[in-house]
Design a protein around this ligand. Structure first.
Ligand SMILES: Nc1ncnc2c1ncn2[C@@H]1O[C@H](COP(=O)(O)OP(=O)(O)O)[C@@H](O)[C@H]1O
Ligand SMILES: [Mg+2]
Length: 432
């Protein structure tokens, strides 16, 4: 992970205002989706639409298919998308039968030119109809998500996350981990190895296995990956805090100012001990808690128990005690700080998906949101039921109406986009 972002934010703070970011040659740094193809994805049998690089506003009635478009894009990031869906539940359900495979493909205008990214599932008929996830980059099929994260970083806010600060810690860990994915391409695979080893250890314990060698191997994996996860979260949170206070000071952002901290046993140890020592400690904790973990059925120690604490520093108020709108604004502020850092770090803007956020914000904050998105030069995707919620974007966004599983250019934009109807012939079959 590069250490440059924090120091650059530091430098910016010393008098070289955010203009350094806002005046970055955005044309060169902007990553934007220029074409989206959906095939058998939720309520879309087949959809293609083309876009320019401005922020995208999708409006339409409830159930029109706005969130489905956001979800489709979210599959271009590690994981199972913004609804944590089962891969088998996504395919289009028509009048008669459900389709078996589905696919999403985009043409991404990136620093490296136009790039085709795609993902989807196919059924392995030979193997008991098992679904298999397929990822392709410029026509080359790959296995890991890391090929996608190399080219595109993405983060989202959804209505379900309105309760992020009120509910259990797993959602908050997921939120911060998704942000870390953007900075550290290994984070997703480390998280997967860590969780896999946790499950395997718990299974062995449950079976009353006396295979101590195997248990030690698993605990070793848990300790090394666990400390790396915790360290990566800590690093990113430090940088986010720097960017948050910087943006607050220099841009007059009309969002509450947030401060973040990852809190937990391993995180506390890492604050005052070298990583290797914490690794040893976690390994020892794992070994000594075998009996109690067997009895409780859960793993007591490790960064899967950590939590993300967020404080509204304007009011010195923990996020969970803030109003719904304030909580939304805190999340938006964090996401904007992420976009700011990532643009410096990767020399490319992320894509940000903001599903139904505008309705929660008062007018001042809505216009601050538009202002921030403009000055960061990101292609944010925003949804809402009513186009008037996005007035402050004016001509700086492109506006689409979503209805009956189709998308059409709304009168509000001033761009030369054209749309293709359904049934395009070269979309998803090319994923292989
Ligand atoms: N697998 C599927 N096949 C067909 N339709 C689906 C599938 N999954 C969800 N839908 C439908 O997609 C519609 C649009 O959902 P959504 O995108 O969430 O709407 P909104 O525009 O309100 O965000 C819903 O009516 C839902 O029933
Ligand atoms: Mg929706």
């Amino acid at each position: 992970m590069s250490k440059s972002a924090l120091s650059q934010v530091g430098e910016l703070q010393q008098g070289n205002p955010l203009q350094e970011v806002s005046n970055l040659p955005i044309n060169g740094l902007k990553s934007a989706i220029r074409r989206l193809d959906l095939n058998n994805f939720r309520n879309y049998r087949s959809l293609r639409f083309e876009l320019d690089d401005k922020p995208v506003v999708l409006t339409g009635n409830n159930g029109a298919g706005k969130t489905n478009i956001m979800e489709a894009l979210s599959f271009l990031a590690p994981g199972r998308g913004l609804r944590h869906a089962a891969l088998g539940d996504i395919a289009f359900i028509g009048n008669q039968t459900a389709a078996d495979s589905w696919a999403v493909a985009v043409q991404l205008d990136s620093r490296n030119g136009l790039l085709k990214l795609g993902t989807g599932v196919e059924y392995l008929k030979s193997r008991d109809q098992r679904v298999r996830r397929v990822i392709s980059v410029d026509g080359v099929v790959t296995k890991g998500h890391s090929q996608l994260t190399k080219h595109l970083s993405m983060v989202w806010l959804t209505p379900e996350m309105d309760r992020l600060f009120m509910e259990g810690s797993s959602g908050r860990r997921r939120f911060i981990d998704r942000i870390v994915f953007g900075f550290d391409s290994e984070h997703a695979s480390r998280l997967a190895s860590y969780e896999q080893a946790l499950r395997a250890r718990q299974r062995l314990l449950k079976e009353n296995s006396s295979d101590n060698v195997w248990l030690s191997v698993l605990e070793d994996t848990i300790a090394s990956n666990g400390v790396a996860l915790s360290a990566a979260r800590k690093d990113v949170v430090t940088r986010l805090n720097a960017a948050l206070s910087f943006r607050r000071e220099k841009t007059g952002v009309q969002f509450p100012s947030a401060s973040l901290e990852v809190f937990g046993e391993i995180d506390t140890l890492l604050r005052t001990n070298p990583a290797l020592a914490v690794e040893d400690r976690l390994r020892a904790l794992m070994s000594s808690s075998r009996q109690s973990d067997r009895a409780s059925g859960r793993t007591e120690h490790g960064p899967h128990r950590s939590d993300l604490l967020v404080v509204n520093t304007d009011k010195n108020m923990p996020a969970e005690k803030c109003s719904t709108g304030e909580q939304k604004a805190l999340l938006i502020a964090i996401v904007l700080a992420y976009a700011h850092l990532l643009t410096i770090d990767r020399q490319a803007t992320p894509i940000i998906l903001l599903d139904e956020v505008a309705a929660h914000l008062d007018e001042k904050r809505r216009s601050a949101l538009a202002e921030n998105i403009k000055n960061l030069g990101i292609q944010a995707w925003l949804t809402g039921t009513d186009e008037s919620l996005f007035e402050s974007f004016g001509g700086s966004a492109q506006y689409f109406k979503v209805a009956d599983a189709t998308v059409s250019l709304s009168g509000g934009g001033q761009n030369n986009i054209y749309l293709k109807g359904t049934g395009s012939d070269d979309g998803y079959t090319r994923i292989r």
